[in-house]
Design a protein. Sequence first.
Length: 276
Amino acid sequence: MNNLKKSSKNETGQMILIVLLYAVGAVSVPYAKFAGYIAPDNNSVKFIIAFICKVLCAVIPFILIADFGYSDLFKFSSYKFKRLLLIIPCLLVAVNNFPILPMISGESHMTATGIVIPCFVLYCLSIGILEESIFRGLIFPLFVIKFKKAKNGLFWAIIVSSAVFGGMHIINLIGNWGAIGAVITQIGYSFLIGAMCAAAMFFTESIWIPILLHATFDFGGYFIEYLGSGNIWSTPEIILTAVLAVIVIIYILFIFIKADKRHFYACLNLTDIKSD
């Protein structure tokens, strides 16, 4: 057992703090905005620069995932492919963040064309790579260890790690105190998305699934801001989102309660944790 793996198990609180400090530095930087100073009139270049920066920042979390003993999260297997069906409802939530109904009704429009679209897709993918490698690849498993002696420890690991992920978005208040209501809302739905991504990783035992879910969710959420114009939320869209959220929350809880947790613990090399 290497020193980092020992530290993750014996000094879990300190490791959580170190990873969080890295997250504050790596996640809170507005890469796209800074890239805009380099290429103010070229969104394609701006997105590519931001993509490169975020992927480079994800190198350290990816290395730590392996060093902490969670490298099975990178691997593919027939067991994992079979469990992909379990995350279809989660995928529907991510896709629904795209303004589908407003675009059908004509309230929103896509205005971007050409190379900027795939560049934006790469930018959204880099958000998923960086944030999921930190919060689901590292912080979530570390909280699994932290709560290993607690009743329903895995459940609380999902809740607390997702709350930390949601709370990180309070950084968006810096220089923008007038948007406190919007930031609080963002913290709330980020907590829910974080919990959904953690559940998806639990179901599939793969870090790639939450990365794709996160990237898809952000593509839909930022679509109008970067690639289109018009209204993001219509009344039917709000109703659909709320109904879908309730259904998926119930679904995730049902599957989670029924699931055998031992296989997931083994994936993280945490065989000393009893299934709860």
